[in-house]
Design a protein around this ligand. Structure first.
Ligand code: ATP
Ligand code: MG
Length: 357
């Protein structure tokens, strides 16, 4: 009996549909090659076009539809004519928060054939797993404005850190660090300047660490962390930070690894009460939409993370080996300095999957 997984595909806007189509093609090749599982894909055309026509990015019962899936494969949302905060709160955040995908994980490494802006850095010099708290913190949406438009106007944006929220992400981070060869965790805060929430983070890290004596850990302030990522990339392995801090650090990480176009992420519910959502970290990139040059590698890597989460580790490894083979052979899209189209990269990866031992 083959194992069957139901995938909810939400391609979204801009290059989202281009890279998700490429990703599904490659996943299909991996499933055929593996033979042990198959994917049944449900397509949802949610996004900015729907918002323009119906006034909502997704239907009211969207979460119920998503809950029928084993995993969600998400492209990108964003539209040059709709403010980003409306798009974000119209689709991605309601899904992440509604399904309580409280851990956002971002593996980062330099793929063979890809040039890092860090001088002399190659594969092995940078191998990180950045974990972002994905349910509260600075993006809790709390705050407001008074005296609008007047000289005495005040705007507040309140961060919320709960014991339950911080403890569960910390536990997930220590678990992740434990599962990686180096067993090292770096906890990032800004506890020298923010004396409530950030000191609370430090305290909970220390508390949770007692249950993980086999994991070494250290603390870093977020400003110092940006320097450390550039100057001493090898000193880092697993990293955990707040919603805002990790958002920023992971863009830096993606750039250091070569391009926004190759970076994947998973929005995970570690307790598996609801499906997790996997997406490339780049946005809708309207400047290159329709040109056929979007880099699909981030979406392939995203697909590999999704397979691993579904329990298909061998298939995930196979997919990543195929991607690495294609990158190493220099079949790269323009953002990586090559001239290959989305289709050419996809075809090369499909062929590599078919020819893989
Ligand atoms: P959004 O508003 O949805 O975040 P954006 O227009 O800000 O989208 P990003 O996707 O964040 O765009 O991308 C920033 C830059 O990186 C763009 O100039 C884009 O062309 C480039 N880029 C992003 N993703 C890719 C990709 N997959 N392949 C090639 N270039 C990319
Ligand atoms: Mg953007």
């Amino acid at each position: 009996m083959t194992r069957q997984y139901r995938i909810a595909s939400v391609p979204g806007d801009g290059i989202g549909p281009e890279v998700i189509a490429a990703g599904l093609e490659v996943l299909d090749a991996v499933a055929s090659r593996d033979g042990g599982f198959s994917l049944a894909v449900d397509h949802y055309d949610w996004g900015s076009d729907r918002y323009r026509k119906h006034g909502a990015f997704m239907p009211a019962d969207a979460l119920a539809w998503l809950r029928t899936a084993d995993a969600i494969y998400f492209g990108a949302v964003g539209d040059p004519n709709i403010p980003d905060h409306i798009t974000l709160w119209g689709l991605r955040l309601p899904i992440c928060q509604g399904l309580d995908q409280y851990a956002n994980v971002r593996p980062t490494r330099i793929l063979p054939g890809v040039t890092s802006p860090l001088r002399d850095a190659g594969p092995g010099d940078l191998d990180w797993m950045i974990i972002r708290e994905n349910s509260e913190g600075e993006y809790a949406g709390q705050g407001g404005r008074t005296h609008r438009g007047l000289p005495e106007e005040v705007a507040t944006e309140t961060s919320i850190f709960t014991r339950r929220g911080v403890e569960r992400i910390m536990r997930f981070a220590f678990e992740t660090a434990r599962s990686r060869p180096r067993r090292h965790l770096t906890v990032v805060t800004k506890s020298n300047a923010q004396r409530h929430g950030m000191v609370f983070w430090d305290e909970i890290a220390a508390l949770v660490s007692h249950d993980y004596k086999d994991v070494t850990w250290d603390k870093e302030l977020v400003d110092a962390m940006t320097m450390r990522m550039v100057r001493r990339p090898r000193s880092l392995d697993t990293v955990v930070a707040t919603n805002l801090h990790a958002d920023i650090l992971s863009d830096l990480a993606a750039a250091l690894a070569g391009s926004l176009g190759i970076a994947p992420t998973g929005n995970i519910d570690p307790e598996r009460r609801s499906p997790s959502m996997f997406e490339p970290i780049h946005g809708s990139a309207f400047d290159i939409t329709g040109k056929g040059i979007a880099n699909p590698v981030g979406t392939f890597w995203t697909g590999a993370m999704m397979l691993e989460h579904l329990g298909e580790k061998a298939a995930a490894d196979l997919l990543m080996r195929a991607v690495e083979q294609v990158c190493a052979a220099g079949i790269l899209s323009p953002d990586l300095g090559g001239s290959a189209t989305t289709q050419a990269v996809t075809k090369a990866v499909v062929e590599a999957v078919r020819g893989m031992n």
